[in-house]
Design a protein around this ligand. Structure first.
Ligand code: BES
Ligand code: MN
Ligand code: ZN
Length: 500
């Protein structure tokens, strides 16, 4: 999709298939809506008297308004003016973008970002529009033989602004485009069935990104090479399946002339279980299909590296993905097995369904070689995190207050929020094992915390944070599908650490 600015001063003169203007609840018109209302002799105020109340999440399409050149005006409800926020603005842009897709227009102009709003800038508002437009255009069709809806025609989305501010808006559009493309890549990988999106497929996807973006170098380790690295814990999970495991290394290195010299890389580590049956500790049958989403941590790493490469961030960023299936078989892990991780620490596997930590621990050890400034792992790690935080916030675990606060702030800025969870040493007790250095489960209490505690034992040589995205990476029910979270949070965080 193409993003640009529209600086025609007189809004009513602007030619477009769809022009978006905002109205607050209780009939307060934004300046853009007021201009259109006056030009059309009160068309907007007229509908405010009857069917449209300006509630957040609602919109109304007005066609062929007299005195207005746009083919359609999409009036978007902004909610109460006192409650208008960054999130409300982003929601309004999403409504506008979805309406453009629904109406199947080829281009749209949003005047919504011209409304000032606390905690935002024109750049961040333009970013929200571009990300929303790409999101709205996402269609899953990889394994459908007939398209259920017409292919979206929306090719061009413009921000209405002044000439003086066009450069700032353009900056935001560029960022939003990278985020939206990264989100949609993560969604597609999450949505693909597990017989298509295998570890090998994730490796191929990474290699394709490496071909598409000059700044990305990609390496995909096979089982032999993973063995040579000594990843005994990761391989213990992988060996239960006939599907071969991969360990993916993506490296974004900015061009030498703009390289941020002296700065250590930032490393992202993703859990890439392309299917988690639970293994011998097998899961119940109901909704087991949803465990195809157990690679959404890996998908977010691929999506974020895509965004980083599209933006060509002035910062070295490394993505690591440990990918395999967790299956029951004669070669699968058994409860009671003791395995040796790459770090040398031994693990007693008391539940083969707590496999995410078993693959991540070796990836965290692998990350040491980059002498990173910080490592962030992303994983659909525990059902307990869904119980604690639902589908609203990702769980954030870190002992590093500065890193944690930066990640929380990035999440707020991107509208992809996380909530900080505890990581006190006292929880480590629960991982005590009689037969190994640690057990892989800590019992029922605080299940997402003990999972994070397990990982912390492999992340002691650098600054580290863990995101549990079990509740946020996908939706079930009517809107079933991957969300692409936390690509926006991660990309925002990396952008904030890349400013020259
Ligand atoms: N992939 C699951 C976590 C999960 C569960 C994500 C439900 C999304 C929804 C993970 O591998 C798992 O099975 N965790 C177990 C850990 C337990 C055995 C300690 C869990 O959460 O039940
Ligand atoms: Mn599991
Ligand atoms: Zn899992």
């Amino acid at each position: 999709m193409e993003f640009s600015t529209q600086t025609t001063a007189a809004l009513q003169q602007l030619r477009s298939a769809a022009l978006g203007v905002g109205v607050f609840a209780d009939g307060v018109l934004t300046p853009a809506a007021d201009v259109i209302d006056r030009a059309s002799e009160g068309a907007i105020r007229a509908v405010l008297k009857t069917e449209f109340k300006g509630k957040a999440g609602t919109h109304l399409v007005l066609r062929n308004l007299p005195g207005v050149k746009a083919e359609r005006v999409i009036v978007v409800g902004l909610g109460k003016q006192q409650e208008y926020s960054a999130a409300a603005h982003a929601g309004a842009e999403q409504v506008f973008a979805s309406a453009c897709i629904g109406l199947n227009v080829g281009d749209g102009v949003s005047a919504l970002s011209s409304v000032e709003c606390e905690g935002t800038t024109l750049r961040s508002r333009s970013r929200a529009l571009a990300a929303a437009a790409l999101r709205a255009g996402y269609r899953y069709e990889a394994t459908l033989t007939k398209d259920r809806e017409p292919a979206p025609r929306l090719k061009k989305m413009l921000v209405w602004t002044t000439r003086a501010k066009a450069a700032e808006a353009q900056e935001g559009l560029k960022e939003g485009s990278a985020i939206g493309n990264g989100v949609n890549l993560a969604r597609l990988l999450g949505d693909l069935p597990p017989n298509v999106c295998t570890p090998t497929y994730l490796g191929e996807t990474a290699k394709k990104l490496g071909k598409e973006f000059k700044s990305l170098k990609v390496e995909v380790l096979n089982r032999k090479q993973i063995e040579a690295e000594g990843m005994g814990s990761f391989l213990s999970v992988a060996k239960g399946s006939d599907e071969p495991p991969v360990f993916i290394v993506l490296r974004h290195a900015p061009a030498a002339d703009k390289k941020d010299k002296g700065k250590a890389p930032l490393v992202l580590v993703g859990k890439g279980l392309t299917f988690d049956s639970g293994g011998i500790s097998i899961k119940p049958a109901a909704n087991m299909d949803e465990m195809k989403y157990d690679m959404c941590g890996a998908a977010s790493v691929l999506g974020t590296l895509r965004a980083v490469a599209e933006l060509d961030l002035n910062r070295e960023v490394i993505g690591l993905i440990a990918s395999c299936e967790n299956m029951p078989s004669a070669r699968a892990n058994k409860p009671g097995d003791v395995v040796t991780s790459m770090s040398g620490q031994t693990i007693e596997i008391l539940n083969t369904d707590a496999e995410g930590r078993l693959v991540l621990c070796d990836a965290l050890t692998y990350a040491e070689r980059f002498k990173p400034e910080a490592v962030i792992d992303i994983a659909t790690l525990t059902g307990a995190c869904v119980v604690a935080l639902g589908h609203v916030n990702s769980g954030l675990f870190s002992k590093d207050d500065e890193l944690a606060n930066d990640l929380l702030a990035a999440g707020r800025e991107a509208g992809d929020t996380a909530w900080r969870m505890p990581l006190d040493d006292a929880y480590q007790e629960q991982l005590r094992s009689k037969f190994a250095d640690m057990a892989n489960i800590g019992g029922m209490p605080a299940g997402s915390v003990t999972a994070a505690c397990f990982l912390s034992r492999y992340a002691s040589s650098y600054r580290w944070a863990h995101l549990d995205i079990a509740g946020t990476a996908w939706k079930s029910g009517k809107e079933k599908g991957a969300t692409g979270r936390p690509v926006p949070l991660l990309t925002q965080f990396l952008m904030s650490r890349s400013e020259a």
